[in-house]
Design a protein. Structure first.
Length: 297
């Protein structure tokens, strides 16, 4: 009896958990995911804005501020170690600039004006770089038209949005009161498309008319006519020009944005136009600088 009682009192052996490895495996995957997220976030740092932020924080708190531990060792997009700080002059030597000197030690401090100057200089550099790219594209477009024997088929200028290529619709792209593209218009777009397709910029296709009213079954007003012409050019650039439709948008202006006043006899033909706008890759606030810098010379 005692032997049987001992057998009954013995606890059953625990079954071995063969799925315990899943916990460690899930932990490892989680850590790997976090690692790649951190690496991606670090790779997307805008070093110019980061430097401006550091200087601004240092000025505000009166002492050097690290935005994150080890921030000075961040890599720039080229793979080089970012400088410990940024001078307003653009010099990135090993000397610690005045912005990082402890004010309690009697050194100068970075002022709000200096921070504003740094931000302005950064924006001007970005605008200048983008305008140079668009000017190069403009010269390539002009060269392509000249080689095709259509030197005067389009005119070019800069406005707040970017580079504007203007094609007069009067007997070039379309017949009067029509949005059916003429062969001459298709040839112009065929010449422009390769250069435009190679650009990374977004495009706006703008339709314009003159003040002469129209009232037909298809076009009750100039709004519908300008819209149909703009979308017709957009469709052709996407279909035959190979330009991604996701990069383009069509806009109708009717006669609300005239190039010439109505009293000018040339306005009847020159205000009737389609414009291909290569939008500058800058902030909207820098638009005026794009127009002024682009039209220089």
């Amino acid at each position: 009896m005692s032997g049987k009682r001992r057998e009954i009192e013995e606890e059953p052996e625990e079954h071995e958990n063969h799925e315990r490895w899943l916990v460690s495996y899930a932990d490892m995957l989680t850590l790997l995911m976090v690692l790649f997220i951190v690496m991606y976030a670090v790779s997307q740092v805008d070093m110019q804005k980061f430097a401006a932020l550091r200087i601004g924080l240092a000025a505000g708190f009166g002492s050097p501020v690290d935005v994150m531990p080890g921030g000075n060792a961040l890599l720039d997009p080229g793979g080089n170690v970012a400088p410990d700080s940024v001078n307003l002059s653009g010099d990135t030597g090993g000397e610690v600039p005045s912005a990082m000197i402890d004010p309690q030690a009697g050194g100068p401090q970075t002022t709000e004006k200096q921070v504003a100057e740094l931000a302005k200089a950064t924006e001007e550099a970005q605008v200048s770089q983008e305008v140079e790219k668009l000017k190069k594209a403009m010269e390539e477009l002009k060269k392509a038209l000249a080689q095709a024997g259509m030197k005067d088929a389009a005119s070019f200028r800069f406005d707040e949005r970017g580079l504007v290529a203007t094609i007069a619709t009067d007997k070039v792209l379309f017949e009067n009161g029509s949005a059916v593209m003429r062969p001459a218009g298709r040839r112009i777009l065929d010449v422009l498309a390769p250069t435009i397709r190679a650009l990374p910029n977004r495009l706006s296709i703008d339709g314009h008319t003159n003040r002469i009213p129209i009232s037909t079954a298809r076009y009750p007003s100039n709004w519908e006519l300008s819209a149909d012409r703009a979308t017709g050019v957009l469709r052709y650039l996407a279909w035959k020009g190979g330009i991604s439709a996701y990069r383009m948008a069509a806009t109708a202006y009717a006669s609300t944005r005239e190039r010439l006043p109505p009293e000018d006899p040339r306005s009847v033909s020159l205000n009737r136009r389609v414009e291909i706008v290569v939008l500058a890759n800058v902030d909207d606030s820098a638009g005026r600088a794009v127009e002024e810098l682009g039209n220089e010379g």
